[in-house]
Design a protein around this ligand. Sequence first.
Ligand SMILES: CC(C)(COP(=O)(O)OP(=O)(O)OC[C@H]1O[C@@H](n2cnc3c(N)ncnc32)[C@H](O)[C@@H]1OP(=O)(O)O)[C@@H](O)C(=O)NCCC(=O)NCCS
Length: 206
Amino acid sequence: MSLILRVRFRALARRMLTTVRAFRCRKILTHGRDLHLGAGLRIWAPDRVILGNHVYIGKGVHIEANCQIGNYCLIANRVSIIGRHDHDFSAVGFPIRYAPWIGSKLVRSRYLTEKAVIEDDVWVGFGSIILTGVTIGRGSVVAAGSVISRDIPPYSIAGGVPARVIRKRFSDEATIERHESSIRNGRFHLSELGYDYCVIEPADLP
Ligand SMILES: CC(C)(COP(=O)(O)OP(=O)(O)OC[C@H]1O[C@@H](n2cnc3c(N)ncnc32)[C@H](O)[C@@H]1OP(=O)(O)O)[C@@H](O)C(=O)NCCC(=O)NCCS
């Protein structure tokens, strides 16, 4: 098989695998266009997982909680999104093994709709853990190996355990406005042939 055919076949296979992975969890998953779901992904939630347009989910990612991931987000390999209150440890009289569980069909957990929100244009670095109840503001970067237990303001670079804001991604509001205007007015399309084949045309910036 020629090189170009092999590359095209691999791209088609990637597309099909994303479709199959999304189909498997169709009861809880809603997603937009230009989605990539990596190998070894596990998606489960007591209620809903909502993915925007142009979301990339890497290999070995565990989404095991309600979450909402915005447009243009990049979730690196081995990231986990997990339920802060999966087992209701405040329930008196239950050993933790049998404490009220978020997935129970018999006992409705009061945390059933608790979720993690990742706004648009966020990069979550390798191996990070995100707990429900937090919002990662748009445009932010989460450093590799971080634990996100509190909200992260927009356009922050945050890292550590627990994660703290390290610095801002852009230095001022005017730059953020130019960045967002470019995303709004530019052309971006996924190609499963690889990054170098994607349509990546930021709008002309003033
Ligand atoms: C967060 C990140 C983007 C910062 O990169 P940078 O601009 O080069 O930042 P610096 O190296 O100047 O680090 C700034 C500070 O953050 C700290 N820092 C950087 N990465 C960190 C991490 N993963 N956890 C905790 N702190 C971190 C640095 O130690 C430094 O602290 P100091 O000022 O006290 O010395 C980068 O470190 C990172 O984690 N990228 C994600 C990589 C990844 O996940 N790749 C997978 C492929 S998708």
